[in-house]
Design a protein around this ligand. Sequence first.
Ligand code: ZN
Length: 76
Amino acid sequence: MTGFKSLLLKFEVRSAGRKSRCSHNKNHEILKGEPRVVVKAPGVATPEKGYCAVCGRAMIERAREALLDVERDLKQ
Ligand SMILES: [Zn+2]
């Protein structure tokens, strides 16, 4: 199953190297050592954005729903 273009942005969970703020809501603090979802937008030299675990879970849930919708459309 290699060679397919990915439908997803590049992202991964990393523990925060230092205290930082969530890119979705600046009021969300991410403490050093806490997991954060790091997302890399497509393109060369685009910055990475970090999201707190709460927002990260919400983003994953949205992505899951979007994938299920597309999959459902293909089955019809
Ligand atoms: Zn957040």
